[in-house]
Write a protein that binds this ligand. Structure first.
Ligand code: ADP
Ligand code: MG
Length: 401
């Protein structure tokens, strides 16, 4: 599959060429034909998979094909930075096209506001706006002609809802006189996104790129343990991995430092990796790890993103990661490049309500291994026993006792 398959205008293909885009990403291959066909769309794919071009390219192609010269596309994004970034991408793609776009966001002075209004009234084809600013502009300018608006894109919809923009978005949509094509992009698909989609989308097509699923060749296991059993159990497990490469994740850098000392005392050749280290030190440790001079690292989640080291046999979650996506990133450090690997998670009674969402996200039950008797009695997995009161975005205090 390449961009020619979409029968894009040659000038748009030239723009892609100048941006160095040669092949569409999976989310682009799947969504571009649907957007070209005027479908309402819900698209879900992880960050960094090319969602911006997935909606910008087909819309640009439609604009030049129809030769529409009115405000016809509204892209709504959660933050100013993102709006700017999308605008810059549009400028890149439309280098050879006669299409104009303008970012609309708050925080500037009155002059910026006047400029944005002027550009809108002079007929920008596309605006990229944050919800609050767009809504106040729509409420105040009455004059803005929205009768040609054909496309609305909600980018990072999950984040916009997390930031409390639900009502603003619903109101913005009410301003559009004719039913536009509505395209919703999101990195995750929580229930509230579905609820919103049901209200504003008509007969939407859904596209899911399941990058969030870990590879099949990772053998996932867990142990229900008490905190005081973790170290002994880990040392026991590591006996089977003496000549292999291992990464251990712990929740905080202080814990990483502490455990690193404990394990060094216990005779392991291990190094700690966390954000308190100087950049040079981090790079040095990573080089030693890549060349297998160090076989074991203990670190925080900064180790979980992106590092691409071949042949890691075992990933241990000494603590359950706070977020299911972190779990996926962590265990993705093993079983790279078609090798297989093992991921083991320690679950304490306190953490079990954090483990359930992981199993739910992956739609699997991860086997809980029995803790060997020599370590004493272990707890039983029962995630329903404790309500999960640590919801994302809530700031409940811990009880002080
Ligand atoms: P997302 O919105 O999914 O997080 P972005 O749209 O920001 O991802 O794209 C991530 C990066 O990938 C950007 O730097 C973008 O320029 C680049 N990119 C997107 N699509 C392609 C492609 N088809 N070929 C090459 N690079 C691409
Ligand atoms: Mg994006």
């Amino acid at each position: 599959m390449n961009f020619e398959n979409f029968q894009f205008d040659q000038r748009l293909l030239d723009g892609l060429d100048s941006m160095g885009f040669t092949k569409p990403t999976p989310i682009q291959s799947q969504t571009i034909p649907l957007i070209l066909a005027d479908k309402d769309l819900i698209a879900c794919a992880q960050t960094g998979t090319g969602k911006t071009a997935a909606f910008v390219l087909p819309i640009l192609n439609k604009i030049i094909k129809d030769d529409i010269r009115h405000l016809n596309t509204i892209i709504i994004a959660p933050t100013r930075e993102l709006a700017q970034q999308i605008d810059q991408q549009i400028e890149g793609f439309s280098y050879f096209l006669d299409v104009s776009s303008i970012p609309v966001y708050g925080g500037g002075d009155g002059h910026a506001w006047e400029q944005q209004k002027k550009a809108l009234n002079e007929g920008a084809d596309m605006i990229i706006a944050t919800p609050g600013r767009l809504l106040s502009m729509l409420s105040m300018t009455g004059k803005l002609n929205l009768s040609h608006v054909k496309h609305i894109v909600l980018d990072e919809a999950d984040r916009m809802l997390d930031m409390g923009f639900y009502d603003d978005i619903m109101k913005i949509i009410q301003f559009i006189p004719n039913k536009p094509q509505i395209i919703l992009f999101s990195a995750t698909m929580p229930p509230k996104i579905r609820t919103m989609a049901e209200k504003i989308l008509i007969d939407p097509v859904q596209v899911n790129i399941d990058l969030a699923k870990p590879k099949e060749n990772i053998n996932q296991q867990a142990y229900m343990v008490y905190d005081h059993q973790k170290n002994a159990l880990l040392l026991d497990i590591l006996k089977d991995y003496k000549s292999e490469t291992v990464i251990i994740f712990a929740s905080t850098k202080d814990k990483v430092k502490l455990l690193n000392k404990d394990f060094q005392k216990a005779g392991l050749s291990i190094k700690a990796f966390h954000s308190d280290l100087e950049q040079l030190e981090r790079e040095h440790i990573m080089r030693l790890f890549k060349s297998k001079e160090i076989k074991m690292l203990i670190g925080t989640d900064i180790l979980s993103r992106g590092i691409d080291v071949d042949g890691i046999s075992l990933v241990v979650n000494y603590d359950v990661p706070p977020d299911p996506e972190d779990y996926v990133h962590r265990i993705g450090r093993t079983a790279r490049a078609d090798k297989s690997g093992t991921a083991i998670t320690f679950i304490t009674p306190k953490d079990q309500s954090k483990f359930l969402p992981i199993e739910q996200l992956l739609n699997i039950t991860i086997p809980k291994n029995p803790v060997p008797e020599k370590f004493g009695e272990a707890p039983v997995y029962d995630p329903s026993a404790k309500p999960s009161f640590k919801r994302k975005g809530s700031f409940k205090r811990k009880p002080s006792n």
